[in-house]
Design a protein around this ligand. Structure first.
Ligand SMILES: O=C(O)CCC(=O)c1ccccc1C(=O)O
Ligand SMILES: [Mg+2]
Length: 333
């Protein structure tokens, strides 16, 4: 069966640059896909690459879409190479969405992708985190993520202690180093996590990707040495990497950015056949990919009781691409 294929690039400006150890991220670029079958049914998809995570670049994804004919088949989609995991996800999701017959409660489903209680809120980096948690706490968020390794570690460790002193009971804090620490600094952070978790009401849920992906054995070692769990993120960006880390013995937390992982069908199947500890995480995608992940992927795999890392919409200047009327979203591009 052939499908009529259209795509439209998007650009989302951040309210303030997202600072990680990779540098400053000022604009998020991606592509919205629309497949239309012979009966006129529409399948929406999204390509949201993050080259720092080992996916194709936005430019490569754009060229790939420009290269495709306007009539494509399932075979075309099945042949998207593993070096284009964000495209594999986007086209795979669009194909699956074609078969979605909106249920009677679609409107309800569309209106509540995530409740605040089930989300982790991405805090500003550095000292700004100390003033950044109160409003989301009032809104109902209980899990917060703070990116570290972006300024001097002695300064960040001081802010960390202050943050842990201020956070109320039942608050969960996730730290994310984006692979930017070395062994000594990672050990220092984990020892501090263990100490502060025992000293204060708030808890450190995990330290995400403390070391670069090349240091798998050291990551495994850290995971065994400290009480605070380690979560892999960049190490498990794609399904190929998830499988490799599992085969090498990783049984800690897998932070999965489904929009980067490749074929959603293959990811679903892996999660169904392997009991892995998953934290679902945003690749800063729009509501098109978020809706697919929320309603087609997560419900089909063993439930995770950990908050989902989708508390990121506040980082963007406009909410046009958060809306759940995808036809309207498409017209805005
Ligand atoms: O996982 C979350 O809570 C939010 C998503 C997030 O932190 C993120 C968003 C874009 C790029 C990288 C990352 C990351 O987890 O490292
Ligand atoms: Mg991360």
């Amino acid at each position: 069966m052939d499908y009529h294929f259209e795509f439209r690039p998007y650009r989302r400006l951040f309210k303030q640059p997202l600072r990680t150890r990779y540098g400053f991220w000022n604009v998020r670029e991606g592509l919205i896909l629309r497949l239309t079958d012979a009966e006129g049914r529409i399948g929406w998809g999204e390509v949201a690459p993050i080259a720092d995570f080992g996916t194709e670049s936005f430019a490569q994804a754009l060229s790939f879409c420009q290269f495709l004919a306007t009539e494509i088949s399932e075979g075309t989609i099945a042949q998207i190479p593993a070096t284009f995991p964000a495209c594999q996800f986007g086209f795979g999701a669009a194909l699956e969405n074609l078969s979605v017959v909106p249920s009677g409660n679609a409107q309800t489903a569309l209106n509540s992708l995530w409740t605040v209680h089930e989300q982790s809120y991405l805090l500003p980096t550095g000292r700004d985190a100390l003033r950044g948690w109160q409003d989301p706490w009032q809104q109902g968020f209980r899990t917060f993520k703070w990116k570290i390794g972006v300024v001097d570690s002695a300064e960040e460790l001081r802010h960390f202690e202050t943050l842990m002193q201020c956070l109320p009971e039942k608050a969960c804090l996730r730290l994310d180093a984006n692979g930017g620490l070395n062994w000594d600094t990672a050990s220092r952070w984990l020892a501090t996590c263990d100490r502060l978790t025992s000293s204060y009401a708030a808890k450190v849920e995990f330290l995400e990707q403390p070391l670069p992906i090349e240091q798998f054995d050291q990551l495994l070692n850290l995971h065994q040495q400290f009480r605070t769990p380690i979560a892999l993120d960049e190490s498990v960006s794609t399904l190929t990497q998830i499988q490799s880390c599992y085969q090498k013995g990783w049984r800690g937390i897998f932070v999965i950015k489904a929009a980067l992982a490749g074929s959603p069908e293959k990811l679903r199947s892996f999660c169904q056949t392997h009991a892995i500890e998953v934290v679902w995480s945003s690749a800063l995608e729009t509501s098109v990919a978020q809706h697919f992940i929320r309603h087609r992927l997560i419900p089909a795999v063993p439930a995770s009781d950990r908050a989902v890392g989708f508390g990121v919409d506040h980082w963007f200047l406009d909410t046009t691409l958060n809306q759940l009327d995808f036809e309207q979203l498409w017209q805005s591009l």
